[in-house]
Design a binder for this molecule. Sequence first.
Ligand SMILES: Nc1ncnc2c1ncn2[C@@H]1O[C@H](COP(=O)(O)OP(=O)(O)O)[C@@H](O)[C@H]1O
Ligand SMILES: [Mg+2]
Length: 306
Amino acid sequence: MQPDISVKHLNKVYGGGFQALKDVNLEIYPGEIFALLGPNGAGKTTLISIICGIVNKTDGEIRAAGHNIVTDYRSAREAIGLVPQELHTDAFERVWDAVSFSRGLFGKPPKPSHIEKVLKDLSLWDKRNNRIMSLSGGMKRRVMIAKALSHEPRILFLDEPTAGVDVELRRDMWEMVRKLRENGTTIILTTHYIEEAEEMADRIGVIREGEIILVEEKNQLMSKLGKKELRLQLQNPLDKVPGELTLEPVELSEDGYELIYTFDAQEQQAGVARLLRTLGELDIEYRDLQTRESSLEEIFVGLVHE
Ligand SMILES: Nc1ncnc2c1ncn2[C@@H]1O[C@H](COP(=O)(O)OP(=O)(O)O)[C@@H](O)[C@H]1O
Ligand SMILES: [Mg+2]
């Protein structure tokens, strides 16, 4: 399958000499939700801005929907809708007019049926005659998305779509993004909220100090780098981990009532069976046991520390 976005050996050095992106390579495929996850200042907005033709690259080759973003700028840009990090809308305009106007900027003929669909998809239909300044923050953000979708792009970039948005609106936004994907739109979002990447993405790219340090399917990332933990609540406390159990990395809680065994999520369960068998042989009884998997947050923190 041809990627919707292809980035090869991209470098960006800003005017002052600061290198914001270092040999970035990335491919994003039709219909996926890709989350670019990284702390503030990592280079997320720079990367998106270069792909969308707002910031010039220093070197590298970029294609959007198969079009070179420099030599075939118009076709490349037409395939892309961008919702920038900083929201700026014309406060006095009405929703319908603002969205229709955006379409016109791409030289596309009017298509009221499309504008109607976009406004309905984003639950803005009832507000179509309202002035933008009369809308809530969440609704303004939706108008920005509607504008970005007005010219029927196949690729949508959302730069920090929920930064500074309260939890409820964030859930709304996630719901909306999923709906857009159902229409076949390829979605690339940047975020510094791990929870957002975990909730939304099919694939996750982690960027740190201008370098993509990892790109992985979310589920694989979770099972590959994740840990599982088995906790056993003991009937009687122990004062130390019995020597027979040291084959497995087992820890004892401070009060001696809990044994904690941590293992790689992808590993076979042989260790667990062996541990339980040994406990039986030692006549160590337990009242209860639980297992849990590490969250993306724990994986991410582990990665950035490495
Ligand atoms: N116009 C600019 N000139 C010089 N440095 C910049 C400019 N824009 C961004 N930077 C720097 O590039 C780095 C990456 O910024 P940015 O892409 O906005 O990161 P992010 O979106 O991940 O928070 C930051 O250190 C930032 O200060
Ligand atoms: Mg940014």
